[in-house]
Design a protein around this ligand. Structure first.
Ligand code: NAD
Ligand code: MG
Length: 391
């Protein structure tokens, strides 16, 4: 029996995780569920999974959930605030933490789980983009098992040798091939991109996801963040990672070896596959995912990424090469710009403009500790807000 904490249980990854967990009541026990402010869904999850703790960020939602939990006769203790996210993640009885909060808010509790030596199922890629070296140092120091849940990184993890030690060349790896669907605007005429709406940006052709990552997919910043994520997870340089546009989203990524072999992981685009892999690793369990029908897929295509159509991807490579606080600056400016786009304050094409302006305006420093990261994050958020006010 594995004792789990699900950070971000009401989101897209969180609900998919609980879907897999519910298929295996003999294998998993939920210790804590957490969310931002969605008290009604969190209550339904508490009724079904009977966690010891439920955590909400929002005070009013916490008061509401406490009352409902009492009325439902549950023994779940309802906690509130960002510190409680860290507290539940490091409880002695917890074996594994699913890190599925969206954005920078996921950093502290995920890092706390790493310091505490918990097994980490990492969906929150922003943790690695912002604080890659701090987080990986914590993982190494505590001996945490780190399992990538992002589908591409999960595929790469599966295609690398078991027990991969971070030495690409030493393992005969030539390159990592990171696949990308190209998102909803892969073929949209450039002249129309100026006026696309948040609804259009969130209508992903192959995946159903939260709104922030959906916009990131439309701008291909998601792939940029994933290049940085792959850098930290697999100790790969910017030149070792090739993005490959593959609109069918059937091959989730590939590893190319020096002998000419290319190993890939395939499957239907359903996050329950990488989630089940992470939950059961090194074993495999049923994820509720339909078998891949290759005859229905019939054809698969591959093209090089278009850096002019998707300047966010170029900015991410640039930030990775600049190193230090540059990826944290990129991430913070992106979060602010995406929120402003979803709020209809700026156009879709302004997202990369805001990020580029912030990267140009701020100096990049070395990252020695978490404070260096949080300082850069804060500074970049303020610079992005200012740029948006001028837009
Ligand atoms: P989502 O928006 O659907 O869910 C986010 C969850 O985090 C919710 O439970 C929400 O209540 C919680 N949350 C939001 N803000 C918070 C805050 N300030 N403090 C605490 N909790 C907060 O997002 P998602 O699509 O499930 O994505 C979650 C993470 O997983 C992201 O980092 C994303 O990049 C990554 N990811 C998602 C997918 C996918 O298919 N959805 C795939 C790969 C990686
Ligand atoms: Mg992904």
């Amino acid at each position: 029996m594995q004792n789990l904490v699900i950070l971000g249980s009401t989101g897209s990854i969180g609900t998919s995780t609980l879907d897999v967990v519910a298929r295996h009541p003999d294998k998993f026990n939920i210790v804590a569920l957490t969310a931002n402010r969605q008290a009604d869904l969190l209550l339904r999850q508490c009724i079904q999974f009977k966690p010891r703790y439920a955590v909400l960020l929002d005070d009013a939602a916490t008061v509401q959930l406490r009352q409902w939990v009492r009325e439902a006769g549950l023994s779940t203790e309802v906690l509130s605030g960002a510190e409680a996210l860290e507290q539940v993640s490091i409880l002695p009885e917890v074996d594994a933490v699913m890190a599925a909060i969206v954005g920078a808010a996921g950093l502290r509790p995920t890092l706390a789980a790493a310091h505490a030596g918990k097994k980490i199922l990492l969906a929150n890629k922003e943790t690695l983009v912002m604080a890659g070296n701090v987080f990986m140092d914590a993982v190494r120091a505590s001996g945490s098992v780190l399992l990538p849940i992002d589908s591409e990184h999960n595929a790469i993890f599966q295609a690398l040798p078991r027990g991969y030690d971070g030495d690409l060349a030493g393992n005969g790896v030539r390159r990592i091939l990171l696949t990308a669907s190209g998102g909803p605007f892969r073929n949209t005429p450039l002249s129309e991109l100026q006026n696309v709406t948040p609804e259009q940006a969130c209508a992903h052709p192959n995946w159903v996801m939260g709104r922030k990552i959906s916009v990131d997919s439309a701008s291909m910043m998601n792939k940029g963040l994933e290049v940085i994520e792959a850098h930290w997870l697999f100790n790969a340089g910017a030149d070792d990672i090739q993005v490959v546009v593959h609109p069918q989203s059937v091959i989730h990524s590939l590893v190319e070896y020096v002998d000419g072999s290319v190993l890939a992981q395939l499957g239907n685009p359903d996050m329950r596959t990488p989630i089940a892999y992470g939950l059961a690793w090194p074993e495999r369990i049923d994820a509720g995912v339909a078998p891949l029908d290759l005859f229905k897929v019939a054809t698969m295509s591959f093209t090089a990424p278009d850096f002019e159509r998707f300047p966010c991807l170029a900015l991410a490579y640039q930030a990775l090469r600049a190193a230090g606080t540059a990826p944290a600056i990129l991430n913070a400016a992106n979060e602010v710009a995406v929120a402003a786009f979803l709020d209809k304050q700026i156009s879709f094409l302004s997202i990369p403009r805001v990020i580029e302006a912030v990267l140009d305006a701020l100096s990049v420093n070395a990252v020695g500790n978490l404070d260096d990261v949080l300082g850069a994050d804060d500074e970049a958020r303020r610079a992005a807000q200012q740029k948006i006010r001028q837009t």
